[in-house]
Design a protein around this ligand. Structure first.
Ligand SMILES: NC(=O)c1ccc[n+]([C@@H]2O[C@H](COP(=O)([O-])OP(=O)(O)OC[C@H]3O[C@@H](n4cnc5c(N)ncnc54)[C@H](O)[C@@H]3O)[C@@H](O)[C@H]2O)c1
Ligand SMILES: O=C(O)C[C@H](O)C(=O)O
Length: 339
């Protein structure tokens, strides 16, 4: 039931809600002019649960908005240039942040920290001031650090609600399902995979043993599959040869997670998907942000689900992920405390 909800396709979401009365949901995209921002804005325009779309970027958002606004779905679209961030955020229920620089070959996500940390910090400060009750979906890398940055900025401003801040790790789930399906010859929708931990290299931990198809992949094939899921982002970065990282698959993943949240906000029960949130699961080890299956509800994070039974190999992957995750989280927190 949980997995079915988490893996529902965008078109299924649209079909389900196109005829039912939904509440008003204003969604803002910060970084809407970029490689992810543009197709993400397109996909959000197609979601009937989005009633107003607010597109902001320091470059090009009014043009993207004019273009997307001609699509014959119901929502209103407005574009805002660099000096109109506050207007873009006014009255938003959900803010999705793909603003920031992407990797080039040879870089790690952490190499983006110096540029993206201040971008995300400043956007979070504006959200804290203008729309403090909004749900914030962070795509900008390094997610393991940018989510703690957003959280710390909101905390400093006295408006932090941990149930409203999410790191979007859906692309790891999308990849895990696609790659596993390719190996076992199944439809990706039928091979749901929970991916936990963080969103970079070895902090990405797929729990393949929890699915019948995943359990059947062993030995060298298992090792190769785990590596491909953990380093799928590098595959795209290398193939794009310096022109950026995943944009189209990320737009799909971002729209899927936003759609999941909007369905939960609209009262649908049993919407469960992995996301990187403030979490008690490893807090006793000083890791207070972690991605795991989360049940979403009208107020965002409804319930953080335990990892469940995992294999000895997954125990090892998890143990290997925690020190890096802890370092990334602390780096984000320190950046805000020293700002
Ligand atoms: N979470 C994930 O799974 C995931 C997947 C892919 C990419 N990413 C990350 O998403 C980010 C964006 O990637 P991209 O390929 O779209 O990059 P891009 O360079 O194509 O687009 C980024 C956009 O952000 C805008 N921007 C920069 N500073 C801004 C600010 N202060 N306010 C508003 N907009 C601003 C730029 O003008 C640009 O249009 C990168 O950090 C990338 O690493 C995350
Ligand atoms: O790999 C990247 O830098 C972008 C993104 O985090 C991804 O997983 O594709």
């Amino acid at each position: 039931m949980f997995f079915r909800a988490a893996t529902r396709s965008l078109s299924a979401q649209s079909r389900q809600f196109s005829s039912s009365a939904a509440r008003q949901s204003k969604v803002a995209v910060l970084g809407a002019g970029g490689g992810i921002g543009q197709p993400l804005s397109l996909l959000l325009k197609l979601n009937p649960l989005v009633t107003e779309l607010s597109l902001y970027d320091i470059r090009g958002a009014p043009g993207v908005a004019a273009d997307v606004s001609h699509i014959d779905s119901k929502s209103e679209v407005h574009g805002y240039p660099a000096d109109k961030l506050d207007q873009a955020l006014e009255g938003t229920d959900v803010v999705v942040i793909p603003a920031g620089v992407p990797r080039k070959p040879g870089m790690t996500r952490d190499d983006l920290f110096n540029t993206n940390a201040s971008i995300v910090r400043d956007l979070a400060a504006a959200i804290a001031r203008v729309s403090p009750k909004a749900h914030i979906l962070v795509i900008s890398n390094p997610v393991n650090s940018t989510v703690p940055i957003v959280s710390a900025v909101l905390e400093k401003a006295g408006v932090y609600d941990p149930a409203h801040v999410f790191g979007v790790t859906t692309l790891d789930v999308v990849r895990a399902q696609r790659f596993l399906a390719g190996i076992v010859g199944a439809d990706p929708k039928e091979v749901p995979v929970t991916v936990v931990g963080g969103h970079s290299g070895t902090t990405i931990v797929p729990l393949l043993s929890q699915t019948p198809h995943g359990k059947g992949v062993t030995g060298e094939a298992y090792k190769k599959l785990v590596h491909r899921i953990q380093f799928g982002g590098d595959e795209v970065v290398q193939a794009k040869e310096g022109a950026g990282s995943a944009t189209l698959s990320m737009a799909y993943a971002g729209a899927r997670f936003t759609g999941d949240l909007l369905r939960a906000i609209n009262g649908e029960k049993g919407v469960v998907t992995p996301t990187f949130v403030k979490s008690p699961l490893f807090a006793d080890q000083g890791i207070d942000f972690f991605s795991s299956n989360v049940e979403l509800g009208p107020n965002g994070v409804e319930k953080i689900l335990p990892l469940g039974q995992i294999s000895a190999e997954e125990e090892e992957l998890l143990a290997a992920s925690l020190p890096e995750l802890k370092k990334n989280i602390e780096k984000g927190k320190k950046f805000v405390s020293q700002s």
